[in-house]
Design a protein around this ligand. Structure first.
Ligand SMILES: [Zn+2]
Length: 212
């Protein structure tokens, strides 16, 4: 596999940003070796799997069932039962296990591995890789507006075809918003009208299409 050596950092602890930096480098190298340009927002996962030697079989198992099974030896089973963005995240998570040579296991709610206290380090690494692979740093920098609002996070999440929480984390990872200095709820209060307008926030609201 022409991707060079994966950094394979497995450091325990809650400080994600410090130990995930090598994974950023891994994800960027893997994107390049799969022919995905740094500025591309939506990598073609099937093409990447083909280039990187991972076979993913899809089988709808229904909601409430495992999201995927990583069987090892370059093969995985994917259950595409959720939203497309979530399924793409699980698929990229499986790619990470393949590239890092992880042990076979069953997948459940892998997007939450980025936040879950006490999560297995290999799961966190795979989900950290998935976020970086799907939302390339350069692609994000090229598209992010100067002022990040909750609306902008939603728009970017849709453009990159990832979940809102994944996009929020990537904006923090890449320095586009401060880790603690931005509250989407404050922003929502200011920018978005509520239906009732009587709950104390409606007076700050404005029409969704100002100037029209
Ligand atoms: Zn996993």
């Amino acid at each position: 596999m022409p991707i060079g050596r994966m950094s394979s950092p497995l450091v325990t602890g809650e400080e994600m940003s410090s130990w995930l930096d090598p994974i950023e480098a891994d994800a960027e190298r893997v994107r390049l070796s799969a022919g995905i340009r740094p500025e591309v927002a939506v990598p073609d996962l099937e093409a990447a799997f083909g280039a990187l030697g991972l076979t993913v079989a899809t089988r709808p198992l229904g909601r409430g069932r495992p999201e995927a099974v990583y069987t090892g030896h370059g093969v995985a089973l994917l259950n595409p039962s959720g939203l497309p963005a979530r399924t793409r995240f699980v698929a990229a998570h499986l790619l990470a296990h393949h590239l890092y040579g992880d042990e076979p296991h069953v997948e459940r709610e892998v997007e939450r591995d980025l936040e879950r206290p006490g999560c297995d380090d290999r799961q966190r690494r795979a989900s950290g890789f998935a976020a970086r692979f799907l939302v390339g740093r350069e692609a994000l920098w090229a598209r992010a507006p100067a002022r990040i609002t909750a609306e902008a996070v939603l728009r970017l999440a849709a453009e990159f075809q990832v979940g809102y929480e994944v996009m929020l984390r990537r904006l923090r990872d890449t320095g586009l918003i401060e880790p603690e200095g931005w509250s989407e709820m404050d922003d929502v209060r200011v920018r978005w009208p509520t239906s009732s307008g009587h709950n104390g926030v409606g007076r700050h609201a404005r029409p969704p299409h100002p100037g029209r």
